[in-house]
Design a protein around this ligand. Structure first.
Ligand code: HEC
Ligand code: HEC
Length: 240
């Protein structure tokens, strides 16, 4: 059931990229395509994956661009698809035109034509960017990121806060590592949420016999709302 809805999601997502949002080569030596892409293209194209598609965006998200170009270029031989897509991007960066663009008419009207990036980067840099694009912004990576995102979204708020503040580097739910397990902490402080909050804020030392001198650092930066959710989540673990 879950798998099925994930598949539907991915298909839906691909069609969104296809229809709306504007709707084998060796890496270029000495150039970091990822970094260059971040420097030269993010002022207009968002690089998030899954992409953020917003109403007031200046240009299609890079995932959509990459997907478009890779799907719509017409190689004479299928094995040349990525090479052809890379060449298209390198050319487009310097010589954009309404005729060449794969964006649909409505999107082009909304965005306007991409300004030529001549003078902003050289051809080798453009090539490194294009090579990185077709390695990173792939359907495979998109599906992987969507899965990670779905897994994260399905976690409880308490777990998300514990992940955010890296509590889980020292605590596991039901096994002692550096610090006591969260279940043992819940057992010990069953009636005292306040004590748990205080320990997180101020840290803790020698409250647990088997800590072997390990101490818990203070976490002053956690907000009161987060402390409340976090401590309630720890206490609930005692019931599961
Ligand atoms: C000043 C804003 C701006 C910058 C900077 C910019 N772009 Fe664009 N880009 C656009 C807009 C707007 C469009 C959509 C209109 C069009 O196709 O020309 C676009 C479209 C494209 C397309 C064609 C998309 C398609 O589906 O046919 C490619 C390829 C592209 N950009 C690559 C890049 C790369 C790579 C960079 C960084 C080197 C970059 N752009 C930097 C604004 C920008
Ligand atoms: C660097 C390792 C480390 C990190 C990170 C850490 N802890 Fe601890 N924690 C410990 C150790 C060690 C103890 C036991 C210390 C002792 O003996 O008093 C402990 C004890 C605790 C206790 C019980 C304190 C008491 O008074 O008995 C709570 C509650 C707790 N941790 C919650 C958290 C939460 C929530 C986070 C994340 C915000 C966190 N810890 C992050 C190491 C850590």
């Amino acid at each position: 059931m879950l798998n099925f809805s994930k598949i539907i999601n991915t298909i839906l997502f691909s069609s969104i990229l296809f229809f709306t949002a504007c709707n084998d080569t060796k890496p270029s030596k000495n150039y970091d395509g990822k970094k260059l892409l971040e420097q030269k293209c993010t002022s207009c194209h968002n690089l998030n994956m899954p992409p953020i598609i917003s109403k007031d965006e200046l240009a299609p998200p890079m995932m959509a661009v990459s997907f478009h170009v890779h799907s719509f270029v017409k190689p004479s031989d299928e094995s040349q698809r990525t090479t052809k897509a890379i060449n298209f991007v390198v050319d487009y960066i310097f010589e954009p035109s309404f005729e060449k663009s794969f964006c649909d008419k409505d999107s082009l009207k909304r965005y306007g034509l991409m300004p030529s990036q001549k003078g902003n980067l050289n051809k080798d840099e453009a090539k490194a960017i294009a090579e990185f694009m077709f390695k990173h912004f792939t359907m495979e990576n998109l599906t992987k990121k969507q899965k990670e995102q779905a897994e994260y979204d399905s976690k409880s708020e308490g777990m998300k806060i514990a992940l955010k503040h890296k509590c889980l580097g020292c605590h596991k739910i039901d096994k002692k590592i550096v610090g006591p397990s969260f279940k043992d902490i819940a057992k010990k402080y069953q009636d005292s949420k306040e004590q748990i909050i205080k320990s997180i804020k101020n840290g803790s030392k020698a409250n647990w016999e088997d800590s072997n001198g390990a101490i818990m650092p203070p976490f002053k930066q956690i907000s009161d709302a987060e402390l409340k959710t976090l401590s309630e989540w720890i206490l609930e673990l005692n019931q599961s």
